[in-house]
Ligand binder design. Structure first.
Ligand SMILES: NC(=O)c1ccc[n+]([C@@H]2O[C@H](COP(=O)([O-])OP(=O)(O)OC[C@H]3O[C@@H](n4cnc5c(N)ncnc54)[C@H](OP(=O)(O)O)[C@@H]3O)[C@@H](O)[C@H]2O)c1
Length: 275
C-alpha cells in the first residue's frame, strides 16, 4: 500500500492540527477517510468531525492502534499526559511526529520507551496559506521511512528542511516566531504610508507585496540581501534617506536581538519541559 494511502492519526485538533488536515486534504495527499483524530473535549471532537469530515477516535490509545503515522499537536502542557496514554501501544510500525514546541525527541523517547520512532517538527503559521516552512529533525530511532512520513505531512504546507536537533530552538526563534516580527514590520510600513497620505488599503497592499516580492527576489536570485539593497539605493536618491533612518533606529540590531531572545526563551522552556 502506498504510504499516502495509510492512515494518519492526529492528537489535538486545534489551530495547527486543522491546518495540517486542510493541507493534506486539499493537496490530495491523504483522503479524509484516512484521517483520524482525538481532542480533549467531547464537544470539540463533535464539531471537528462535522466541519472537517474526518474520523474521531475515542482515545489516544485507540488512535495508535489504527494509524501508522501519528501527529502530536497538543499544547506542551498536555504533552506528557498524551505520551503516557500512547506509550504502551507504540510499535515498530508507528512513527510519532510532534509539532510541540520545546519538547525534545529525547524526552519523547524516554516517555514512550521501547525504541519509539520519533520526528520533531517546527512549522510556522504561513502554513495556513501553504507558504510555511517546517524544520524536521529525527529522533535516535527514526529512519528514512519516518522522514518520508513526516515530509509527506508537511510538504503540502510549504517548504520542508532537515535540521540538527541542536538547532531547533534557533529555528523556533527565527521561523517559528518570525511571522510575528514581519507582521510588525508590515504594520509599521503601512502606518508610514498612512502618515504620508496613502489610503489604508493601498498602503497595506503596497507594504505586503513589497515584502513578498523582496523575499521572492532573494530566494530566486540567490543573491546577498545587501547586494539587492544596494541596487535600490541610487546616489543622493530617496532610499538612502530611508536607510539612514532605519540605521538610526537600529532596525538591524533590533531584529537580530529579537531572534536571539526568542531562541533563549525556547531553550528555557525546553529545560523546564525536560524536568
Ligand atoms: N501556533 C504556532 O505558530 C505553532 C507553530 C509551531 C508549533 N506549534 C505547536 O503546535 C501545538 C498545538 O498548538 P495549537 O495552537 O494548535 O494549540 P490549540 O489550538 O490549543 O490546540 C490544542 C489541541 O489539543 C487538544 N488536546 C489537549 N489535550 C489533549 C489530549 N489529552 N488528547 C487529545 N487532544 C488533546 C485540544 O483539545 P480541545 O480543543 O478539546 O481542548 C486542542 O484540540 C503546540 O504544542 C505548539 O507548541 C504552534
Amino acid at each position: 500500500m502506498p504510504e499516502t494511502q495509510q492512515r494518519v492519526g492526529i492528537m489535538g485538533l486545534g489551530r495547527m492540527g486543522r491546518c495540517l488536515v486542510q493541507g493534506l486534504v486539499e493537496s490530495k495527499t491523504v483522503s479524509r477517510d484516512h484521517i483520524f483524530f482525538t481532542t480533549k473535549h467531547e464537544e470539540t471532537a463533535k464539531r471537528v468531525a462535522e466541519e472537517l469530515g474526518i474520523h474521531r477516535c475515542e482515545s489516544n490509545a485507540a488512535l495508535v492502534k489504527q494509524c501508522p503515522t501519528l501527529v502530536l499537536a497538543v499544547k506542551p502542557q498536555n504533552c506528557r499526559e498524551v505520551l503516557g496514554e500512547i506509550a504502551g501501544g507504540m510499535g515498530k510500525e508507528n512513527t510519532l511526529v510532534s509539532i510541540v514546541a520545546s519538547i525534545s525527541t529525547g524526552d519523547m523517547e524516554s516517555a514512550l520507551g521501547a525504541k519509539a520512532a520519533v520526528v520533531r517538527a517546527m512549522p510556522n503559521t504561513p502554513a495556513f496559506v501553504r507558504e510555511g516552512i517546517t524544520a524536521l529533525c529525527l529522533g535516535s530511532h527514526a529512519g528514512q521511512r519516518d522522514w518520508d512520513r513526516a515530509y509527506t505531512l508537511f510538504k503540502p504546507l510549504g517548504k520542508v528542511v532537515k535540521v540538527d536537533e541542536r538547532h531547533m530552538d534557533a529555528v523556533t526563534g527565527l521561523s517559528g516566531c518570525g511571522p510575528a516580527y514581519i507582521y510588525m514590520v508590515l504594520e509599521s510600513l503601512t502606518d508610514g504610508g498612512i502618515k504620508v497620505g496613502l489610503p489604508r488599503d493601498l498602503a497595506t497592499q503596497l507594504a505586503a507585496q513589497t515584502v513578498l516580492g523582496a523575499a521572492k527576489m532573494l530566494m530566486e536570485t540567490g543573491r546577498h540581501p545587501a547586494a539587492l539593497k544596494d541596487e535600490v539605493t541610487t546616489p543622493a536618491g530617496c532610499t538612502i534617506d530611508g536607510l539612514m533612518e532605519l540605521e538610526e533606529g537600529k532596525l538591524r540590531v533590533t531584529l537580530i536581538k529579537a531572534v536571539v531572545q526568542a531562541t533563549r526563551r525556547a531553550k528555557m522552556l525546553a529545560k523546564q519541559a525536560s524536568r
